[in-house]
Design a protein around this ligand. Sequence first.
Ligand SMILES: [Zn+2]
Length: 376
Amino acid sequence: MTPIWTGDVDGKCSKIKETGIIGSLRWWYEALVRGYGGYACDPSNSECKFDYDTYEKTKNIEDGLEKVCPVCRLFGCTGWSRRFRLEIKDAQKIPLCLSATSKSDYRHTKLDNLWWLKQIYKKSEKVFFDDNICIEIHTINKINENFDEEDIRNMVLFLFAVISKQGSIGAKIQNGFGVFDIVTVIDKNRLSRGLEKTKELAEIKQGGQVNFPSFNDFFSLTYSVSNDSIYIQPEKFFGTLNSLLKNRFVPSGFSIKYDLRKKIKNDSTPCKAICSNFEYLCKGENEKMVRKTISRFLFGSDKDKFSAKINFTHLYKDKENENYLLNVFGFVPNKVSFENKTLEFNIRSIKNILYIEFGNPYNEEYGVSCLSEVIK
Ligand SMILES: [Zn+2]
């Protein structure tokens, strides 16, 4: 429903890459496992490894898997291969064209985010967008007797269903890319079994970690934005203009995010709303620096690839809805240490900040309970 981005090493998006989709699936699956109380290693600093020597002695697969976390059991690690692969048929490429103003700033103040857009997207001016992108899931091998090929297929299907319902896939999801709908009808029993098996897998190794995405800290707000009020006339844009769309742009996820980030960076009112100990943190400290820390934590940094905690989709059309939809989602912990500060968040209040622009969300979800929505 919005274009998909899977970046190359040099930041271009020249092909939909299996590795890009797998990386994103893994990130979401880690959050699922942590949400169910399981331990998910940090793949950039993982100690998970299949113990081949012990396995050779006992021929018991569980002995080999002793030091392999639930996520690596499915996605692989040193000595243990991923249990499935994806076959992706490439989609059509379309020119990327982003307007450099947002709905809110055209109403209030003018922001110049063109510089940022150029910084992030100059290497790739085309993205993948098609009515149907075909992804085939092939299971390669079982994990053990308790998780056979069929279970693996169900877990991967459940994972796709979760992402489709609650978020987006691929790279640059914080800037709006990768919202998708599953066209193939999936048997609900398969999804329930995928959920049950994921819970079971999470129980193999328990232990929560702080400062990593977990569905305990998940929120998702979906807004319906009326069709006629949405189009903007861009004064500046990035990319190739399609003549049909010359005067009709919808605000991009990037613009909406940029606008909210600016508000949090420059104004104490939204900071007070979202960060419950903001006033405490400001005692004896430069308030501007506190605002900057909060904004850096929530929105990440596109330049040094520090990941965002709040993601904004581009606006997209729902099948059943004539209006445009916007989904704001992410993982924001109640309490976290960051840049030598302890930040306390009240994520439900983000709704109040977004209310000014988008009114009340028509759907809102918080925490692990949203996962059972997926199988209904
Ligand atoms: Zn692991």
